[in-house]
Design a protein around this ligand. Sequence first.
Ligand code: FNR
Length: 356
Amino acid sequence: MTLRALHETARRALDPVHYDYVAGGAGEERVLADNERAFDRYALLPRVLRGSARRDTSVDLPGARGAGPVVVAPTAFHRLMHPDGERATARAAAAEGAVLVTGAAATVAVGEVAAAAREAAPGAAVWFQLYPHPRHEVTEALVRRAEEAGCTALVVTVDSPVFGRHTRDLRNGFTDLPPGCAAENMRDLPGAPPGALTDIPMSPALSWRDFDALLGTTSLPVLVKGVLHPADALLAVEHGAAGIVVSNHGGRQCDTVPAALDCLPAVAEAVAGRVPVLLDGGVRRGGDVAVALALGAAAAGVGRPVLWALAAEGEAGVRRVLAELRDDYDHTLALCGGARNADLTRDMVVPRGGTR
Ligand code: FNR
């Protein structure tokens, strides 16, 4: 089943309000649409007669040596998609060699998510995503939970000083999770009981000083997610970030920013290989992964495709989507005369519709 078919199956299976929560974006959903369309504007110019019978598509990421080039981006509330929720996603990602980024807004606690991943594949890497909390002690408690669970890196999301205005959720009046579904990592921490969508507070006053404070609480590598400006990428490196995720939150925050892919080359140039740069937003096929890597990404994250697969077919669906992306990427690499990810270079990316 193709990703498009899985998406359609998910749409029919889900409560329309929950479907909209995942499918939707902020404002007029211009950025949401642009993230995918950006990939249509690029073509890959293959190299020939430099092939290899063996290809190695693995990549060394913080706390994840030899990972696949496709990472499962952090997305909230997997139990809205399937009763097994993040457990199923974790097993599938581990089995397919993909790093799973589970997050503060998961409906299964990080300890159980990491245990499920290790059960499926002993060396599986699970990262933990968090929003810096206005109260530092809450951030610190979340970091401890991730460390105790055996997470190998943290991802701090910095593109959400305030909540995005999700047009469809506002229209649908979607404010509370259904009974039995909660942000489990927030349980027993100061603040509201974890049952409403907005129970993970945002921090509009956040600064690099808070980032420094977060680094001071942990020896885990910390990636910064939601960077679009190259100057911020540079600051992140200077402040000790272990990696940068170029992302506009899947078009769910500011509806006036560029497509994530369009921000990648300048960020990659600013970072100049000092730390890995990841990209997410609109990645739907192996060729998209190849374009992202050629434009300077070390790996590409996928959000919604994993959720559609989870809703349509549970763990097996997520495995299928991740395997298909990996195999399609590997196939594209072969067709472009590459034996490893680094063989995809920026000169091989040209505008679709002409080679300048
Ligand atoms: C997200 N995303 C997200 N990011 C994050 O840092 N913390 C979070 O809790 C969430 N939650 C979330 C929920 C849902 C339903 C979606 C669709 C997205 C953003 C996510 O990590 C990623 O940036 C985008 O999903 C990537 O875009 P695509 O692959 O969905 O186009």
